[in-house]
Ligand binder design. Structure first.
Ligand code: ZN
Length: 243
């Protein structure tokens, strides 16, 4: 084998080393991209629980406002009744007296209706408070769960980030040893073909796309005169037994 052939073989060996690192680099980068998505489902659940909580708070407030209005109404009605009661002694005829008594009866009936509403309102306030307290507990639980998961994801991201840095620094020590035209060709395929730029031949087929290789291609590979790529997927090919 000539020096040139030996050099090419050596370059291919270095590309294979690079490929091992790049597979890890691709994996780390993919994990970094996908990690935050693990939080999404939990986050939207947490947000929806918070929205429910806000709804229950608003509901309680609305019931309390109605309750206040009813209490005010009751006060007005009671004042009216006692005023009418006080006026009875001032009436001169029996007819007027009977008429006023009937009026008072009607006013008292109205008051009963308001009192009834207030009592029902107490139950509503009670139920709304209970629902609110229960939801608060749920929200706290979700918050805890979310924060724990977020911490785990943040920790994972930090670890993967460190691993990526180490790998990239290892890679940067190998790349200067590879011919720039080989390197750029390899990197172009790497980025276009899911992080796989150079593949070994497996059972006379391309290890990337599994297309069967012709005798001619296999013979060319053994010569180490030039870089040989798969006709189908363009990935650089190598013979693992040769290296
Ligand atoms: Zn192929």
């Amino acid at each position: 084998m000539t020096v040139a052939n030996q050099n090419l073989k050596d370059q291919i060996r270095k590309l294979v080393d690079l490929q091992v690192m790049d597979e890890e680099i691709f994996r780390f980068k993919r994990e970094l991209r996908e990690k935050p998505a693990e939080l999404e489902a939990l986050k939207s659940e947490f947000e929806s629980k918070k929205t429910t909580l806000k709804g229950l708070e608003d509901k309680l407030k609305a019931i309390q406002v109605v309750q206040k209005e009813l209490e005010l109404d009751l006060k007005v009605k009671e004042e009216g009744i006692s005023k009418a009661d006080g006026s009875l002694s001032l009436l001169k005829t029996n007819k007027e007296y009977q008429a006023r008594l009937l009026e008072i009866e009607n006013m008292k009936a109205d008051r009963s209706i308001v009192e009834e509403k207030i009592l029902l309102g107490y139950d509503e306030v009670d139920a709304a408070r209970k629902a609110l307290e229960a939801e608060k507990i749920t929200v706290v639980q979700y918050e805890k769960e979310f924060n724990a998961k977020k911490k785990q994801v943040d920790d994972d991201v930090a670890v993967i980030g460190d691993q990526l840095k180490v790998k990239e620094s290892q890679r940067s020590r190998v790349t200067p040893e590879i011919r720039p035209d080989y390197l750029s060709r390899y990197e172009r395929i790497l980025n276009n073909k899911d992080g796989l730029g150079i593949v070994k031949v497996v059972d006379s087929s391309c290890g990337g796309c599994f297309m069967h290789l012709t005798e001619q291609v296999l013979n060319e590979l053994k010569k180490y005169e030039q870089i040989i790529a798969c006709d189908m997927c363009a990935r650089i090919l190598y013979l693992a037994d040769d290296l």
